[in-house]
Design a protein. Structure first.
Length: 319
């Protein structure tokens, strides 16, 4: 049956934290951060909750799609940093919107938005849904160690959403992969207070092996683009827009060089947002839509990659 993206929306916290702001309490500077990451600032929640951002992004997407909450058949939220362990972030979104459809979360780290698209596509294929809201919402500021300059400078908070409709020819190709590895990019779980638990519980903050993540990210983008094009029977040159996970400018630049694609075709938002995990791709997509850069009939590649190590990639024809 396929799917169409009917509308998109995004929301960021009001507080922008610059590299100079970070230098006030970290041994770092804009001169150190920007050349290594491509990031000048990131949005950090100060007054807003992740529920607030998720609902704002969802309302904008619903408005753009001309769909009301009561017309939704399903809400899927991609998050690893929700305001609630229980219930799902998607349930909080449904409550605030006034929707009464099934709602659940998916957790695939930075690849989560594409994984959620694939789940929605399955509902459409089985005739189980006509309208699906997919939200990616991340509050990375609650997961990082703010004393570790190697990681905390990379991440930000935000949410983005897309309303999907059944029908259409997309996805032209879909590719989900996992190269199982926990320790490369890892946030330990909650230790709890069980008197019977004798296991060790490390600090509940993000740790990352940067060089291995860099190599994985570049390879994930390049192999995914090649595989999608082969599956769909198109060439890399036929693609109009590339929307890659916004992890690090060096990863993006290395992949662009290896693929030999026009850098102008690659969406970039990380300079002012940092890495917002699974929200990066739908945020960049929303920017393309609202700027008028996306036109009907154009081909769009989405590639997300991150902890797991998960990769989610798809090729869409914009309608």
């Amino acid at each position: 049956m396929g799917l169409r993206i009917l509308g998109t929306g995004s929301a960021l916290p009001a507080r922008s934290v610059t590299n100079d702001d970070l230098s006030e309490f970290l041994d770092t500077s804009d001169e150190w951060i920007f050349p290594r990451t491509g990031i000048k600032s990131r949005r950090i929640c100060a007054e807003e909750t992740l529920d607030d951002l998720s609902v704002e992004a969802s309302r904008l997407a619903l408005e753009a799609a001309g769909v009301t909450p009561d017309q939704l058949d399903l809400i899927i939220c991609s998050t690893t940093s929700g305001d609630h362990l229980i219930p799902a972030e998607a349930c909080a979104i449904a409550e605030r919107l006034g929707a009464s459809c099934p709602a659940f979360d998916v957790s695939a780290a930075c690849a989560g938005f594409v994984f959620a698209l694939d789940v929605a596509d399955g509902y459409f294929a089985r005739g189980r849904a006509e309208r699906v809201l997919v939200v990616a919402a991340e509050k990375m500021s609650r997961l990082v160690d703010w004393e570790d300059r190697a990681t905390c400078v990379l991440f930000g908070d935000g949410a983005a959403a897309a309303v999907l409709g059944a029908g259409g020819e997309s996805p032209l190709a879909m590719r989900l992969e996992t190269e199982p590895s926990v320790e490369i990019l890892h946030v330990p779980g909650i230790g709890g207070s069980s008197p019977y638990d004798r296991t060790e519980h490390p600090a509940n903050v993000l740790t990352m092996e940067g060089r291995r993540v860099f190599k994985f990210g570049v390879n994930a983008i390049c192999s995914s683009v090649s595989a999608l094009c082969e599956e769909a029977g198109v060439s890399v040159e036929d693609i109009d827009h590339f929307v890659f996970h916004q992890a690090n400018e060096r990863i993006l630049s290395s992949a662009v060089t290896r693929l030999g694609i026009d850098p102008a075709k690659v969406a970039r938002v990380l300079e002012e947002t940092g890495n917002i995990s699974s929200a990066c791709i739908p945020l960049a997509l929303d920017r393309l839509v609202r700027s008028g850069e996306l036109s009907s009939g154009q081909l769009v590649v989405l590639v997300g990659f991150g902890a797991g190590l998960d990769t989610g990639a798809c090729l869409l024809r914009w309608e």
